[in-house]
Design a protein around this ligand. Sequence first.
Ligand code: 13P
Ligand code: SF4
Length: 320
Amino acid sequence: MFTTISSPSVPALPTDLFAAINDLKKDLNAVILAHYYQDPDIQDIADYIGDSLGLSRQAAQTDADVIVFAGVHFMAETAKILNPTKKVLLPDLDAGCSLADSCPPAEFAAFKAAHPDHLVVSYINCTAEIKAMSDIICTSSNAVSIVQQIPADQPIIFAPDQNLGRYVMAETGRDLLLWQGSCMVHENFSEKKIVQLQMEHPEAEVIAHPECEPSLLRHARYIGSTTALLKYAQRSEARAFIVATEPGILHQMQKDAPDKQFIPAPPMGSCACNECPHMRLNTLEKLYLAMKNQNPEITMAEETRVAALKPIQRMLEMSA
Ligand code: 13P
Ligand code: SF4
């Protein structure tokens, strides 16, 4: 006879995680919001999958009691800023973002203080502290339009993504003072290998996220947020695409257009380093445990939340 030794720190997981998560969803009156870079099984159990703008809108308007955020910390934090009476759970509290990390609040405060006449437009991929120091937030789907709505003689600081900033400069003809941050995932595509892939698949269109470097974006037939890339792939007459963003999005692309071919753009090395290591910290198991334990929960100082809310609301008004 065998003796089962059970450790209190490792709770047993149900055999059918999908069913268990759906049960917890009902019990908690919870909604699961997921970003396209999450593992396919997380996308499949989510109530809503979207880009940062879509996810923010969903978080603001939900009447669920609990928001389970399958994404990274700044996204869950934005949900809490927008809807503070809800409990916001993030399956893994370590799911950060290299871009958000590239803009430390103290250094950014000094940068801002050195340019007091500048309006601060910050990409949503930043911490609540940076949002609190910003005038308007933007996402990859509205950055161009938001900058276009600002009077032409108004100097602007754009933070933290220099690549999105350069893309906005090219699209608007505006001069922006750029914070030199970037995303470790989108900076890692190999231009050389993409050109090689294009020669092997001359029928394929390159589509890219604006967080990619300008040298890569110049090969793109279409540039947009994750949702915009997804919609473009559906409506384009092309039958094949080389996709320069985190490959998690291929799951929805393939589901929406099963007869088309989606080829992930290759990284510099031979690693899987175009998978966002932060996004991929979330797993179905951690999602279940977060719901069961109602933890890890996103919390923040009310003063920071109120200050960070203003520029997000401004964004939502400007992109209505
Ligand atoms: P989207 O808003 O386009 O989904 O971008 C989020 C992100 O983190 C891209 O790296
Ligand atoms: Fe941040 Fe880049 Fe990951 Fe997006 S892909 S969450 S910008 S590290």
